[in-house]
Design a protein around this ligand. Structure first.
Ligand code: SAH
Length: 461
């Protein structure tokens, strides 16, 4: 690149044109678009030059360019249509330290004037370093056709709207807004109602894009229920269907993941890359990263996301990153399990409260209010109790719980391989050892007469 393209400010600067004929007129037409003070030196100028002088658009000196005439000016055009005269002008200009364009003489020019597509303030300058003027003209013609005539006006009005548009988040949302304005809504409004219609068009467009961008970077925490896809809420289904990215737990069944769009990115946050002990902050970061990429993320959690789901950590990560979120409740394992044994979690005269407890937490076996739980009639839904069963049994019996207290184990609740084990506190560790899949312990509840319980499949038949 021999010539470095720059945009030179000509505000309050002088540009000298030496010549008053055809070449000078061509350059003057371009220069008149600028805010430069234009001084023309010509002993016998063209009519056009005369009329520009009369209109006060240029200053006309009716004499040949002479020494000292270039001093202090920004540019000099040697444009007399006379090679020797132009060379003389160029020599003087150079001595006076001013950049000179010797018209039609690339070698003797310090700068050249590009082909220009003018949509002021949008200006496209095309240069071929003199190699292919035909090509420059073709590119110019192509751009003239491609860039809406109104582009300059659109840009001028758009510029005043820039700070308002900052209400849109950085990145794709804002880029889409401007592209919509410049290439669709803007030209359309201009063509039908002219410049005056543009401010209102911008307002409407912004309102529209703000609404759209509300969808951007959104996280929906969705309760996937216990496994049966029919136990998903309609909201959960819709969220899944609309998700760009689905980040799911190990316990979420394939049948549910199938409801995601084919194009959606599915991230398993419970296995392989993550491993069973996926650090929570890694999951948080994955959720936030996808949301900040402008995706609608569905964070799919087993059961209800608000129950032993580490939801708060993930919500806090969203809050810190300024990502909006919503929570769609789901059917928790306790609800599905109790349904499977034909009981209810609370019952008048038996238990007016029910506890949701976890067998262990991040610190190990979880301590609970064993004394209260050991009372007759108490009911608890124990999550993640399999490994803790001996510990649970010990604590409860220590606080006086009846060894005959029923504890029902519901494994794979709501799934085709659902299994119900009617245990007693006394036999809990042995019965729990039989479990293979996720299981919930319903402490204080025995299955209603097993024969009377119809499985959902049988109802369907
Ligand atoms: N948020 C989930 C619970 C997550 S903790 C919910 O609301 O259900 C994981 C524990 O939930 C498992 O160890 C198991 O105790 C229980 N669980 C989840 N799905 C289950 C299912 N289909 N059947 C039985 N227990 C289940």
């Amino acid at each position: 690149m021999k010539h470095f393209p720059i945009f030179l400010s000509l505000v309050d600067r002088t540009v000298v044109v030496a010549g008053g004929g055809e070449a000078a007129v061509a350059k003057l037409r371009l220069l008149l678009k600028t805010e430069a003070r234009i001084v023309v030196f010509a002993s016998s100028p063209d009519e056009t030059v005369e009329s520009w002088a009369n209109e006060g658009q240029i200053t006309l000196r009716r004499r040949a360019f002479a020494e000292g005439d270039a001093t202090g000016s920004a540019l000099v055009y040697a444009a007399s249509d006379d090679e020797a005269e132009d060379r003389r002008v160029a020599d003087i200009a150079r001595v006076e330290g001013v950049l000179v364009n010797h018209v039609d003489n690339l070698e003797n020019s310090d700068f050249i004037t590009p082909a220009i597509v003018d949509r002021d303030p949008v200006t496209v300058a095309i240069g071929t370093e003199g190699a292919a003027p035909v090509l420059a003209r073709a590119i110019k013609a192509d751009l003239e056709e491609r860039l809406p005539r109104s582009l300059g006006i659109l840009a001028r009005i758009g510029k005043a709207f820039r700070s308002a548009a900052d209400a849109l988040p950085h990145g794709p949302a804002r880029r889409e807004f401007w592209s919509d304005y410049y290439f669709a809504a803007g030209p359309r409004a201009f063509d039908s109602n002219g410049e005056a219609a543009l401010p209102e068009t911008l307002d409407d467009l912004l309102a529209d894009h703000l609404k759209r961008s509300a969808r951007e970077g959104h996280v929906t925490f969705v309760g996937a229920g216990p496994g049966d896809p029919e136990l998903l809420t309609l909201k959960a289904r819709r969220a899944l269907h609309e998700a760009d990215v689905v980040i799911h737990d190990r316990l979420v069944t394939p049948a549910i993941l199938e409801l995601a769009r084919r194009e959606a990115i599915i991230v398993d946050a419970g296995k392989e890359g993550f491993g069973p002990s996926t650090p929570q902050d890694e999951i948080d970061a994955t959720i936030v990263r996808h949301a900040l990429d402008g995706h609608h993320v569905v964070r799919l959690k087993a059961g209800d996301a608000t129950i032993f789901g580490r939801l708060d950590e993930e919500i806090e990560a969203c809050e810190m990153a300024g990502v909006s979120f919503a929570v769609v409740p789901g059917i928790t394992a306790a609800s599905a399990s109790v349904a499977a044994i034909g009981q209810s979690l609370t019952r008048r005269g038996r238990n007016s409260s029910v506890r949701f407890v976890t067998g262990h937490d991040v610190q190990g076996y979880a301590d609970q209010d064993w004394r209260t739980l050991a009372q007759p009639g108490e009911v608890a839904a124990i999550y993640m109790g399999k490994k803790a069963s001996r510990f649970l049994q010990g604590r409860l019996m220590m606080h006086g719980a009846d060894p005959e207290t029923p504890v029902t184990l519901v494994e794979n609740a709501s799934r085709p391989d659902q299994r119900v084990i009617a245990a007693r506190l006394r036999t809990l560790p042995e019965d729990a050892a039989l479990l293979e899949g996720p299981a919930l312990m319903l402490y204080g509840l025995a299955p209603r007469d097993a024969a009377a319980i119809q499985l959902p499949e049988e109802i369907a038949l």
